[in-house]
Design a protein around this ligand. Sequence first.
Ligand SMILES: O=c1ccn([C@H]2C[C@H](O)[C@@H](COP(=O)(O)OP(=O)(O)OP(=O)(O)O)O2)c(=O)[nH]1
Ligand SMILES: [Mg+2]
Length: 151
Amino acid sequence: MRVEIRRLDPDLPLPRYAHPGDAGADLVTAEDVVLAPGERATVRTGVAIALPDGYAAFIHPRSGLAARSGLTVVNAPGTVDAGYRGEIKVTLLNTDTATPVKLTRGDRIAQMVVQRVERAAFVEVAELGDSARGTGGFGSTGGHAAWSERG
Ligand SMILES: O=c1ccn([C@H]2C[C@H](O)[C@@H](COP(=O)(O)OP(=O)(O)OP(=O)(O)O)O2)c(=O)[nH]1
Ligand SMILES: [Mg+2]
């Protein structure tokens, strides 16, 4: 699909899918930033997009950075609305307890997945229809061994 994009920073690359078939296009940071352990920062990506109605873009962490450095996206997945024309930004968090994460302008920091989204018409009713799950949630089907240690 065609998505209009504006480069707000002429020296930075556009979001790019690393391989055919990839769901996420990598976003880069427009800023140099060092995140101390536990620190977060909202960084600019140097791009703005115009998604068609009925679509949204979701900003996800990159697994390699998460696994190797503990870098994540605080509000993952971040939601970019179809109507948003501002610069796309990413709120990063260094979840590591000991090591700072150093990011250099142009580093790929997150990935953006463009998806079709429904617009719901919320219809108020007195009773909801039955379902197999009912109101069970939050571990109702069983949990993890570690849960018992937490009582
Ligand atoms: O990771 C993100 C999340 C959001 N946005 C932009 C695009 C999105 O359309 C807009 C609003 O995002 P959201 O609705 O999540 O934030 P909010 O705190 O509810 O702000 P608002 O009151 O502006 O909706 O901010 C980003 O650039 N990056
Ligand atoms: Mg909002």
